[in-house]
Design a protein around this ligand. Sequence first.
Ligand code: ADP
Ligand code: TRP
Length: 319
Amino acid sequence: MRILTGIQPSGNLHLGNYFGSIKAMLEAQDKEDMFIFIADYHAMTSVQDGTKLYENKLKAAAAFLALGIDENKCTFWLQSDVKEVLELYWILSQFTPMGLLERAHSFKDKIAKGLNANHGLFSYPVLMAADILLFEPKLVPVGKDQVQHLEITRDIALKFNNEFGEVFSLPEALTDEFLAVVVGTDGAKMSKSYNNTIDLFTEEKTLKKQISAIITDSTPLEEPKEWQTCNVFALAKLFLDEAGQNELKTRYGRGGEGYGHFKMYLNELVLEYFKEAREKFQKLVNDEKKLKEILEFGAEKASKIAKEKMQTIYAKIGL
Ligand code: ADP
Ligand code: TRP
């Protein structure tokens, strides 16, 4: 089954991204026909600094590859390397009523947050529709904030199909609402917008700082502690099997250890779990040539499908 997802290259990846989304992608690439791209055109709506965008997209590619996205198991490319998507975006624009875009929550939220109300931001969902319809995935895994964009994609596809016959198959959104939310250092949902993240590829010193910032209660060192309500435990649990979790519960219940000890343990768990990925990331991020080779390899695979689909579309619309 074909599954497609786009990743905005913005900011550092954190434990929430890994356990909430990337881990499932890694598992899926062994079984499904995964299409994953770095959405650098979309990122332009929020980053207009060329050096920064360039750095961000390579960093994002290095991060996903370091975590185990395998260019031989899935199709992994940079959105701007397959230009057909922009052509389809224009074509689909002719089938996108203004009202459909005017109702988009994401546009309204971004304006409310102070982003420029320009055409790029307004037509963002049409580009997303092009990303999806060009490759005809059955499923598109998305966060709650993106569900409406999937509905818009389906509306545009239906409008086009009504005019020209069954050109586009309609994708389904695969939402993450059943996935457990990873808590941040303050106990709220971990998110780069809340400044409460524990980052995957940050320096050891910063990682230690982020972990020591986890909010805990003030039970004295010698007294038993409640693992049930502890943010450190909630995060450590992500790395532990049942036996490991039970052992940690016993340590909490026994007293004699402070939260500092548990944080140190969590720090070790994170470093151990991501050891290989962190090393691979450093290597890749400093090897632009290799990164570009991998991305070009993916773009070639994606281009082939895109070009073929465009032939059908040209024939229908008269281009
Ligand atoms: P952020 O909130 O940091 O901006 P994104 O919206 O870029 O994160 O997240 C990308 C994906 O990572 C989301 O669609 C979601 O599946 C997953 N994700 C992010 N944060 C969490 C979290 N705290 N818990 C579970 N999953 C998360
Ligand atoms: N808009 C998505 C986000 O912000 C990224 C994205 C762009 C995407 N094109 C896509 C996701 C196509 C799924 C399918 O997360």
